[in-house]
Design a protein around this ligand. Structure first.
Ligand code: ATR
Length: 499
């Protein structure tokens, strides 16, 4: 079986802009798809010349609105457009479209004959926007009207189970070519792991136009190569991933995949976006995922799903790493290790004796942090919006606790030697500090505080910016993420990340 090709979907409004994108991404792509439905009316008149403007094979696609595209004119005008692009074409490979995408219900025999006559391969596509397609093997066979066609199924998954089923079914379809992909955020994993689906190609979008097709969950070709090492993914590649929801952004794939590359390991690490732990494990077990980084909101729920766990998980009550050994899931907490190493670097000491520490937030991350502060002999107060959760952690370590608001200002001043921010407030927020992006907006920094925010995007959160302006030393969560990832890598591969 040939390796899946990387296709760049072109959605600019002019042919020239699209050709420039092909030029820009040339080293990362094998094939392009011209989406005629995104071109301006004037440009649509000249589509026949597009293959001569680029030096790679091109798919001609005119997608109707009902199938997720933008073409709203009549079927007659769509047929005329196809005709303009395909008829009287030059037989020279580089001067004609190499493929044309006809939907399953599109049956204009003169155009199909023209495609065959000019050796233009037909991609016979089925877009299921509302439900997944069952029995893929027979669905592909039904779609394929002649042996020269490549059947394509693109569907909108409703649940992670739909994605799991697709991987289960498609991995055994090894005869003939087919294209398979799931749309939306849930489906992104099918684009990254297209070789595991034996898909003829995977669709990518240029960074410039990715925002035009957010519903498709596209990925850009540079990320596909540089982060996921796409060309090396095969049926033998071991799968690891980070499980979370909604998991909008994650730095873990970059970290782990770089490690695999540096150690020449045949592994890939992907985001596994699933709304429940149950769906994560169903996917992981059926697709033979070897290990998972576990993130918000599963760090606590995951514990009931695993067979055993280490001391840190037991004491902290949160688990951010699971690994499969002899068919059984083992749990670890590497957040505590990552945080401790980063905090020691930040403070320049391992001892917190006499230091008063404020821990802002009482979620899974705060649990690991409180555990470390206790290990380092610090005295802490947990401040949280939901006070019961602050009390629960405080009780474990004989710490103080308080609500998270102006009423706790005095207490915060008392515990202000080191302030550790663990809530999600400030994540992806670059503006000035407000009550919406700064959980201790009510507190005035004096300059002596050491402020550690476990967020790593942006690099400087609004609370950090405010603390810096007052003369405080600040640290973000980048190093913590790095170190917890290094330990995860060691658990997964048995190898040291840092060489
Ligand atoms: P993690 O595993 O990253 O710690 P989590 O367990 O979901 O994630 O915990 C999120 C923390 O951020 C909690 O302390 C939460 O406060 P509640 O316990 O009251 O839910 C806190 N948090 C999230 N959004 C917040 C907001 N808008 N204001 C204040 N605290 C917030």
């Amino acid at each position: 079986m040939k390796h899946s090709l990387v296709c760049l979907t072109l959605c600019e409004d002019t042919l020239q802009k699209n050709a420039s994108l092909v030029e820009k991404y040339r080293r990362y792509i094998d094939i392009a798809e011209l989406r005629v439905d995104f071109l301006s009316d004037e440009e649509q008149l000249h589509i026949r010349k597009f293959p001569t403007m680029i030096d790679i094979p091109c798919i001609l696609t005119i997608r109707r609105q009902a199938d997720g595209g933008r073409f709203v004119n009549s079927e007659i005008s769509r047929t005329m457009l196809f005709g303009r692009a395909l008829a009287f074409t030059d037989k020279t490979i580089s001067k004609k479209f190499a493929y044309v995408d006809f939907e399953n219900d599109y049956a204009v025999s003169s155009l199909q004959d023209a495609a065959l006559a000019f050796d233009i391969k037909i991609i016979r596509s089925l877009h299921s926007m509302n439900e997944p397609v069952k029995n893929l093997k027979s669905a592909f066979n039904e779609l394929r009207k002649t042996e020269y066609e490549i059947p394509k199924i693109a569907f909108m998954p409703k649940t992670m189970e739909d994605i799991t089923n697709v991987f289960e079914e498609a991995s055994s379809i090894t005869e003939g070519e087919h294209i398979l992909c799931a749309m939306g955020a849930l489906g992104q994993i099918t684009r990254i792991l297209a070789p595991k689906l034996n898909s003829f190609l995977t669709y990518t979008s240029p960074i410039e136009t990715n925002h035009l097709l957010p519903q498709l969950g596209h990925i850009d070709p540079v990320t596909l190569h540089e982060v996921y090492n796409f060309k090396n993914i095969s049926e033998k590649t071991s799968i690891y991933g980070v499980a979370g929801w909604p998991l909008v952004k994650t730095a873990s794939p970059e970290l782990h995949n770089t490690g695999y590359k540096n150690h020449s390991l045949d592994c890939v690490f992907v985001p596994i976006r699933a709304p429940s732990v149950q769906e994560v494990f169903s996917f992981a077990n059926k697709i033979n995922v070897q290990g998972l980084a576990v993130t918000v909101p599963f760090k606590e729920d995951v514990i009931s799903r695993i067979h055993s766990y280490d001391d840190d998980v037991e004491k902290i009550g949160a688990c951010n790493t699971v690994w499969k050994r002899n068919g059984k899931w083992e749990g670890f907490n590497t957040d505590a290790y990552g945080f401790k190493r980063s905090l020691i670097n930040f403070l320049g000491t391992e001892k917190l004796k006499k230091q008063k520490v404020a821990i802002v937030g009482a979620g899974g991350a705060a649990k690991a942090i409180a555990y470390v502060i206790k290990q380092m002999n610090g005295k802490a107060c947990i401040f949280n919006r939901t006070i019961g959760k602050a009390k629960a952690i405080a009780d474990m370590y004989n710490f103080d606790y308080a609500s998270l608001g102006p009423e706790s200002t005095k207490k915060l001043i008392h515990f202000s030697d080191i302030i550790i921010q663990t809530t999600s407030k400030g994540m992806n927020s670059t503006g000035k500090s407000t009550y919406e992006n700064d959980p201790i907006f009510f507190y005035q920094f004096h300059g002596h505080e050491k402020v550690f925010d476990i967020i790593y995007t942006p690099e400087t959160t609004p609370i950090m910016e405010r603390a810096k302006e007052a003369g405080c030393e600040v640290c973000n969560g980048k190093e913590m993420l790095k170190y917890q990832g290094y330990k995860q890598f060691k658990i997964f591969t048995g190898k040291e990340y840092e060489v």
